[in-house]
Design a protein around this ligand. Structure first.
Ligand SMILES: [Zn+2]
Length: 330
């Protein structure tokens, strides 16, 4: 994985522009962690040393401008005024440097972080429409981050009124209206291919979840219950946008409906929340029946840059949405 990284572009008159491009391989993210904290003189020294090393190694460098001496002065001046953070901004709609983006990815697994930093423009292109969505769609809810006791979505609709669209495994189910049309379209397309996606559990109130968890705890013990059921406030079902399909058993993965969802749910903005072999990460066993509506922009972002793992993306958005929004050009 290689990329061009512009390490410095001065401001000032066009004749004084001076830029160096160098190729960096894997580990780019690790190497860019500190330079912005260096004093301007230190940064300049590193720049000069880098040019010498690159020349000695035969790496390609491209310079622009014919007066390196004056360009170096301009670089020094610019470094003083910007605190040394003169790095390229990879996306025209964000005031965010490559270095800053790399810092945002530091808590992600290396491969995911490198996928993002090596395609910063593409990543930010994919992030933009997610920032434009209702933030509730990608709100992080888990064992560590619970919803308030009085949380209740304001747009719940009674699914009994839509029996012409859905196969409902019980009455009285409610769903957030935000997910209604996408779910209708998904169910209709599956049906046109001979697949029935029946709905077993949708919105759950916090009180309902409390009773449910207590029942599981009595039967299975607390430790086991925690592996497949959430305590009150910690379930995505409170959001009104999570849907359990079919049997709600591991065997659902091997049914035509389970296979169809794995292949196609993302196209309708539905995301598998608890994938296989990720209990160490999500806190839950594989739940092939549990999908959450997060919107098509978010499922595309998840697939392209987060290795298809909803957890990584939601944590990233939870931690950095404010920064990304602040760094949007108005
Ligand atoms: Zn569920």
């Amino acid at each position: 994985m290689t990329q061009n990284r512009q390490i410095f572009t001065s401001g000032g008159a066009p004749a004084q522009r001076f830029e160096i491009r160098l190729r960096v391989g894997r580990g780019f993210r690790r190497r860019v962690g500190a330079p912005h904290r260096l004093a301007p003189a230190g940064l300049l020294l590193i720049g000069v040393a880098a040019v010498m090393v690159l020349a000695a190694c035969g790496f390609s460098t491209a310079t622009e401008g014919s007066q390196p001496g004056r360009a170096a002065e301009a670089e020094d001046r610019d470094a003083e005024t910007t605190g040394g953070a003169g790095h390229e901004r990879p996306h025209p709609e964000f005031e965010l440097t490559e270095e800053e983006l790399a810092e945002l990815t530091e808590t992600l697994p290396d491969e995911i972080a490198e996928g993002i930093t090596s395609d910063a423009r593409g990543f930010l292109d994919a992030v933009l429409p997610v920032l434009e969505q209702d933030p509730e769609l990608t709100r992080l809810v888990n064992k560590d981050l619970r919803l308030p006791e009085d949380y209740r979505p304001e747009d719940l609709v009674e699914l009994d009124e839509y029996r012409d669209r859905f196969v409902l495994n019980r009455s009285g189910m409610q769903l957030s209206e935000r997910a209604l049309e996408p779910l209708s379209e998904m169910v209709a397309e599956a049906l046109s291919e001979g697949i029935t996606l029946d709905l077993s559990s949708v919105y759950r109130s916090i009180d309902y979840q409390r009773d449910l968890f207590a029942r599981y705890e009595r039967v299975h013990g607390r430790e086991q219950a925690e592996r497949f059921s959430a305590e009150a406030g910690a379930s995505e079902h409170h959001l009104g946008t999570a849907v359990d399909f079919g049997s709600i058993t591991p065997e659902f993965a091997d049914t035509p409906a389970g296979g169809w969802l794995q292949e196609n749910a993302w196209r309708y903005g539905f995301s598998l929340s608890y994938p296989e072999d990720k209990e160490w990460l999500t806190g839950y066993i594989y739940e092939p029946w549990h999908y959450r509506y997060i919107g098509r922009p978010a499922t595309e972002l998840k697939r392209a840059y987060f290795d298809g793992i909803q957890h990584y993306m939601l944590v990233f958005l939870h931690e950095h949405r404010d920064t990304l929004e602040r760094r949007l050009r108005s």
